[in-house]
Design a protein around this ligand. Structure first.
Ligand SMILES: NC(=O)c1ccc[n+]([C@@H]2O[C@H](COP(=O)([O-])OP(=O)(O)OC[C@H]3O[C@@H](n4cnc5c(N)ncnc54)[C@H](O)[C@@H]3O)[C@@H](O)[C@H]2O)c1
Ligand SMILES: [Mg+2]
Ligand SMILES: [Mg+2]
Ligand SMILES: [Mg+2]
Ligand SMILES: [Zn+2]
Length: 472
């Protein structure tokens, strides 16, 4: 045998040895993972603890069937094992091959106490896992004021409220609200607050011809037996003014006020209650600013019913006969939908050219006359992505005051999966697997997938889908 043949033979032997060692090691690791997940599945806390202390990397490793220790402990209702795994930092957000988190599994098998443990106390997972009713936290949808619509045509009552010292007036210029910054210590998560003015400060402003006043409602007070709350609760109004915005800023005296001018960003920084008031005020004021003239005859129109009606000033106009929707504030219904892949484990998200890099969101579109919500969902999805949709289920809605849409949020199930985007509306649409969406929602996003802010119903629909039980 030549030297070269010898060297080759010895190299081959070494390679064979390496492979054998590697394979033995792999079998040992796999065996250890199987022992570990089996211990979790049987509820053997002692074995689970001892294996983790010997080999911490076992913690999130899935066994041969794709389920890790946390999922198996959750499946079989082993509270102490779940607790032990979490105390070692087990990852609650990983999914098995059927896209279920340990929480999904605990919930499905009715182990509520384990589900609660998996939800934890940190805000992040509270949001993610425990959300089954998204309407509870939809931004712009709080109703802290009682609108008292029956008082809108009572001119004496309206005038009386406008003069009362405890009435609250909000100021808008070109539909942007006057606001001030909040200290982070307020703890509400809000960064800005609507600036509130008293009747004495706005008295002169109300007399200016360009001012529009809208009655928003009265504060909802909890019933109380104390005598000081027996008087009527404070009334709220919104004013849009055409005066110089710099001059208006001075109305607040020394306070550090500013105009929240960028609708898609600045309007998302309020508390839930103020966002609800803002949605009402801005949408009604936007309608006044666009309907100064009668849509029927083109004559000028005037505000009535405390800002909830515009009436034509031309006595012979047909809009004065009967009821016409041109006289009332408009709301434009928009469908917004998270389309689910027929496999139930991916969802369809699209991006418009104007979105920041990496951002994808739910598809959306205006409902057309004579169309049902379901038909609009099917039409818009097919127009924008080429995907055909079957069943549609309503989830929640969001008033969107830019200028005055009502976003009707739905989950929809796809019948086809090939994507062909309408490039006029959408730059790209893609199917995203559940794990990628979970990562984007709860691990802060990635360059591949950033979701729209949590104040949008698009974000809430995605979160709702993740929070729903997957089909076991
Ligand atoms: N809150 C959220 O999560 C969220 C997410 C996505 C979109 N939106 C809002 O939904 C709205 C509609 O979505 P879209 O732009 O994809 O709709 P879309 O797909 O129907 O396309 C918009 C186009 O529809 C036409 N259109 C028909 N009726 C209209 C009307 N009443 N007002 C304005 N344009 C009308 C216009 O040509 C417009 O360019 C947007 O204005 C956006 O602000 C909100
Ligand atoms: Mg469209
Ligand atoms: Mg659209
Ligand atoms: Mg459309
Ligand atoms: Zn008219």
């Amino acid at each position: 045998m030549s030297v070269i043949q010898c060297e080759n033979a010895s190299r081959q032997r070494t390679n064979v040895n390496d492979r054998v060692v590697k394979s033995v090691r792999m079998n040992m690791t796999e065996e250890m993972v199987e022992r570990f997940v089996d211990a979790a599945s049987r509820g053997d806390v002692a074995a689970v603890s001892s294996l983790i202390s010997r080999c911490p990397s076992l913690l999130d490793r899935p066994g041969a069937n794709g389920w890790n220790a946390l999922m198996l402990a959750a499946r079989n209702g082993h509270y102490t094992v779940t607790e032990t795994l979490l105390s070692h930092g087990a990852d609650r957000l990983v999914v098995n091959r059927s896209s279920q988190t340990a929480y999904d599994i605990a919930k499905f098998w009715g182990h509520t106490h384990i589900g609660n443990l998996l939800v934890g106390t940190d805000n992040q997972s509270q949001h993610i896992l425990a959300t089954t009713d998204p309407s509870q936290e939809i931004y712009f949808s709080a109703e802290p004021l009682d609108r008292l619509s029956e008082r809108r045509s009572d001119a004496t009552w309206q005038q009386d409220k406008q003069n009362q010292p405890d009435s609250v007036f909000l100021l808008f210029s070109e539909l942007s609200p006057l606001v001030h910054s909040l200290e982070p210590s307020t703890g509400s998560g809000a960064q800005t607050s609507l600036s509130r003015f008293s009747s004495s400060l706005v008295k002169e402003l109300l007399l200016k011809p360009g001012s529009v006043l809208v009655f928003l409602g009265v504060e909802r007070r909890r019933p109380s037996s104390s005598p000081e709350t027996s008087s009527e609760p404070p009334a709220w109004f919104a004013i849009n003014s055409t005066e110089d915005p710099e001059v208006l800023l001075k109305l607040g005296g020394e306070k550090d006020l500013f105009w929240a001018r960028r609708p898609n960003r600045d309007l998302l920084n309020f508390s839930q209650d103020e966002a609800g008031i803002l949605a009402q005020a801005r949408a009604v004021l936007a309608w006044h600013s666009r309907y100064a003239f009668c849509p029927t005859c083109g004559s000028s129109s005037r505000s009535e019913e405390a800002g909830y009606k515009r009436t034509c000033t031309n006595a012979s106009c047909s809009s004065l006969q009967g009821v016409h929707n041109t006289s009332y504030p408009r709301v434009d219904p928009v469908v917004i939908m998270l389309v689910l892949h027929p496999d139930g484990e991916q969802c369809l998200l699209g991006r418009k050219k104007v979105f920041p890099t990496g951002m994808f969101s739910c598809l959306a579109g205006f409902i057309e006359p004579g169309e049902s919500v379901e038909s609009a969902v099917r039409r818009e999805v097919e127009e924008e992505s080429g995907v055909k949709v079957g069943s549609v289920r309503y989830v929640a809605c969001q008033p969107w005051p830019v200028p005055s849409s009502l976003m009707i949020g739905c989950l929809a199930v796809a019948l086809s999966t090939d994507i062909k985007v309408d490039e006029n509306e959408i730059e790209e649409a893609r199917w995203f697997p559940r794990q990628k969406v979970i990562d984007a929602l709860f691990r802060g996003g990635s360059p591949v997938l950033l979701l729209s802010p949590q104040q949008t119903i698009a974000h809430q629909l995605v979160k709702h889908w993740i929070g729903c039980n997957s089909n076991l």
